[in-house]
Write a protein that binds this ligand. Structure first.
Ligand code: NAP
Ligand code: MG
Length: 452
């Protein structure tokens, strides 16, 4: 029996759409369909598979405005961000459309014959997506999975299914065969969990909370199911006295408040070298006050609302620490809150240790390079981070010292579709994007052919 679900616009709490949820039976049917489609999808010639992915990218590009509007309405994403996110779908599909023709194996010297390796697709890949970046996180999984010859079942988050559903329709319009890319809106406990237990789903790509990620990893052990995990983060923005302080301070608000801080890469810890603390905070306050929290439909919007009442309430629990200053936010309906800067008492404070996933940042000081590295590494997470310095030796030393998957020097951007993305420690397992992701969607097969 299927149930319906009301999707809420977080900017005004109105019902944006009502959608059908997949139940267990419908989930099993979709998985069976994807397993059937795998038989033919894997045999499509590499060039033709590439062409289909490029056509998919073109159709998405032709619907850029429509998809962006859906995301603004469903997720409250700032218009500029939503447009970037559609471009990210187009770019990631285009990037991986070149992969089928370049999925090289090796020829390895052996006695008595030749030895070659093949990168074989896995079969049906189950992708479980959170609500914070519905389009990018979905495409990072499905573009590489499809390019490598797998078929996909994708479960969007309950809060944010609208763009994923539309991408499923656009895939068909682009000529991707029926059953190859399947979008299954529904509950994590039903649809997502079925991906984990169903024997025909050969791999799980999960992005979301560390706690659910751990349970998925444990569930996958039963069938030795392959798993890629992108989990939480508590990333550091490390600002040295020798940096371009104006630039570091001007870009620090975007580094944590972008997407209302609901970003696993959010630099929600700022570490400032003691000698420039006052001067940094002065400049930072100017940047925070200028950060525009407003109707996400406006091109000038920097930050929209939080995704839900539940997330809003969870973020408020961090506000019992000393507040240095805040920005502003609209009042009235919607899950709005201002960008907020905390000065925790010390590195044991909850805001310093836990992922907030909201527009809250904590600032502490450090004396020297060694202390900065130690403070940054004092976390169970290790996803991203930034280092601001003009000293290239220091930039290298600190980059090698910080235990995290993605670092930027004199920049706060972590994600590029050309380069590998993923976490150290409890921030995840495996890598998405770049050339590395294809290894996560293929199995190496070794074949020896005798001379005889
Ligand atoms: P979540 O519970 O981990 O959900 C992520 C996805 O997993 C959703 O599609 C969810 O479905 C699904 N799911 C939930 N339980 C499942 C299960 N037992 N088996 C299979 N799939 C399951 O994350 P959340 O509740 O959206 O957010 C909670 C916290 O996670 C946030 O506050 C933040 O700290 C962190 N988070 C991190 C990221 C990241 O990018 N690393 C992204 C989002 C959230 P439903 O939609 O039905 O719940
Ligand atoms: Mg949850």
């Amino acid at each position: 029996m299927s149930t319906t679900y009301d999707v809420i616009n977080p900017a005004n709490e109105s019902i944006a759409a009502t959608i059908e949820h997949f139940d267990l039976g419908a989930t099993d049917n979709a998985i069976a369909k994807a397993a059937k489609a795998f038989e033919s999808w894997r045999t499509i010639s590499p060039g033709d598979r590439g062409k289909l992915l490029r056509r998919f990218a073109d159709v998405v590009a032709a619907h850029k405005e429509e998809l962006a509007l859906l995301e603004i309405t469903n997720s409250g994403h700032a218009r500029g961000n939503a447009l970037w996110e559609v471009d990210n779908v187009v770019n990631t599909l285009t990037y991986y459309s070149a992969a089928p023709e370049r999925l090289f194996g090796r020829q390895i010297p052996v006695p008595g014959g030749i030895d070659v390796t093949f990168k074989e697709p896995l079969g049906v890949v189950g992708i479980i997506v959170p609500w914070n970046f519905p389009m990018p996180i979905a495409v990072w999984g499905f573009a590489a999975a499809l390019a490598a010859g797998n078929t996909v079942v994708l479960k969007p988050a309950e809060y944010t299914p609208l763009t994923a559903i539309r991408l499923g329709e656009l895939a068909l319009e682009a000529g991707i065969p029926e059953g190859v890319f399947n979008v299954l809106p529904g509950k994590g406990s039903i649809v997502g969990n079925r991906f984990v237990t169903h024997p025909l789903v050969r791999k799980i790509v999960f992005t979301g909370s560390t706690s659910v990620g751990k349970s998925i990893m444990a569930g996958c052990a039963d069938q030795v199911k392959r798993v890629t995990l992108e989990l939480g983060g508590k990333s550091s923005n490390i600002i040295f006295a020798d940096s371009d302080l104006d630039k570091a301070a001007a870009s620090a608000p975007g580094a944590v408040f972008d997407n209302a801080g609901q970003d696993c890469c959010a630099r929600s810890r700022i570490l400032v070298q003691k000698s420039v603390f006052d001067s940094f905070m002065e400049k930072f306050e100017v940047g925070v006050k200028k950060f525009r929290v407003e109707d996400p439909n406006l091109a000038t919007c920097d930050m929209g609302p939080l995704i839900s009442k539940k997330q809003f309430d969870a973020v408020q629990t961090f506000l019992d620490e000393p507040i240095a200053f805040t920005g502003s936010a609209p009042s009235g309906s919607g899950y709005w809150m201002p960008p907020t800067v905390l000065m925790p008492k010390n590195a044991q404070a909850r805001s310093w240790r836990e992922e907030v996933f909201g527009p809250v940042v904590s600032v502490l000081t450090f004396e020297d390079e060694a202390e900065a590295i130690a403070m940054a590494n004092d976390s169970e997470y290790g996803l991203s981070g930034s280092i601001w310095t003009r000293d290239i030796g220091r930039a290298l030393r600190v980059s090698r010292g910080v235990e995290t998957g993605n670092l930027s020097v004199n920049s706060n951007s972590s994600v590029r579709f050309w380069t590998p993305f993923g976490g150290f420690k409890q921030s995840g397992l495996g890598r998405e994007l770049g050339p590395d992701a294809l290894d996560s969607f293929t199995e190496v097969k070794n074949v020896f052919i005798s001379n005889d």
